[in-house]
Design a protein around this ligand. Structure first.
Ligand code: G3H
Length: 309
């Protein structure tokens, strides 16, 4: 849709109220035993299993993809009585040059390959190079592209420039899904986070995503609540459902429960499915597997037993 600043200008997000509401997601509800196991199994389906490190190699990506195909050890699957239920992560997320390795390792699995692009994580490269990076990465076989925005456009309130940039990236993606990373830890205020979320959706984002994982402050519940309310308002005004991806620093099974409660309470059941919700996480699956093993066996394994992610 065209840029419509009236959808966010003049909206001020009340931080103390946002923080109070966000506090409740961790404390008001407590899901236990079989219910907790079910929510954790669901969280696995929602993970963009990620490696974004300078020492990524073909071997490391192949190991990650093997885990993506079989996220739980067989004795845990059996203990949970999952039978033949297919269970994989939502996607595997890598740097552009690792995409061919992920495509190769996930062949036939149906698991999409996501890639960051556009000069991730800072994005401070000429626009034509960022667009060329998207096109190159899609040509390597990526199904989903996680782009970063120019934070300066948000900090200076240059909404037209932000809209034009994301729109150009949307076009460069072709059929690939576009996730727009706002890098909220660098945007200053929750009101800016709300406005940037709206611009990203107006410019054609399939998902809005909190963080790269490389900022000083990454995914938090108050920021997520702000983005989710923007999603809700955008849906009410346009009829379009947009996805949400919190990412960066989400490591524990407990957090997997908190974010799912947030989505269920704020947006409802459709946002507990991988087409509308993903966790960007490089190291949460290990803790989820550990908690599920405890549920099944009554014992905790040492965390190094679940070292991979
Ligand atoms: O998009 C995914 C993030 O980079 C993952 O961040 P993390 O390594 O803190 O889990």
């Amino acid at each position: 849709m065209p840029l419509d600043t009236s959808m966010f200008e003049g909206i001020r997000v009340n931080r103390p109220a946002t923080e109070r509401r966000a506090d409740g997601f961790g404390s008001r509800r407590s899901v236990k035993k079989a219910y907790q196991a079910a929510w954790l199994v669901n969280a696995i389906r929602l993970i963009d299993l990620t490696t974004l490190a300078g020492d990524d190699t073909r071997g490391k990506v192949h190991r990650l993809c093997a885990k993506a195909r079989n996220p739980l050890a067989s004795h845990i699957r059996e203990g949970l009585d999952l039978g033949n239920m297919p269970l994989t992560v939502g996607a595997v997320c890598v740097y552009p040059t690792m995409v061919p390795h992920a495509v190769e390792a996930l062949d036939g699995s149906g698991i999409p390959v996501a890639s960051v692009a556009t000069g991730f994580p800072a994005g401070l490269m000429p626009l034509h190079l960022r667009l060329a990076e998207i096109e190159w990465t899609v040509a390597q076989g990526a199904h989903e592209i996680d782009i970063v925005i120019t934070r300066e456009h948000v900090l200076t309130g240059n909404w037209q420039a932000l809209y034009d940039e994301i729109m150009a990236m949307r076009e460069a993606c072709g059929d690939a899904h576009l996730k727009v990373i706002l890098a909220t830890g660098e945007l200053g205020t929750l009101s800016k986070v709300y406005a940037a979320s709206m611009v990203a959706m107006q410019a054609g984002a399939d998902f809005i995503k909190t963080s790269t994982g490389k900022e000083g402050v990454n995914a938090t519940l108050p920021v997520s609540l702000t983005m989710v309310r923007a999603l809700r308002d955008y849906g009410a005004l346009t009829g379009h459902k947009i996805g949400f991806k919190p990412a960066g620093g989400i490591k524990s099974a407990k957090e997997a429960l908190q974010w799912q409660v947030l989505m269920k309470e704020e947006l409802g059941r459709p946002w507990l499915e991988p087409d509308l919700f993903r966790f960007g996480a490089s190291s949460m699956l290990g803790d989820i597997e550990r908690q599920l093993e405890h549920h099944v066996t009554g014992r905790y394994a040492a965390s190094h037993r679940h070292a991979m992610s």
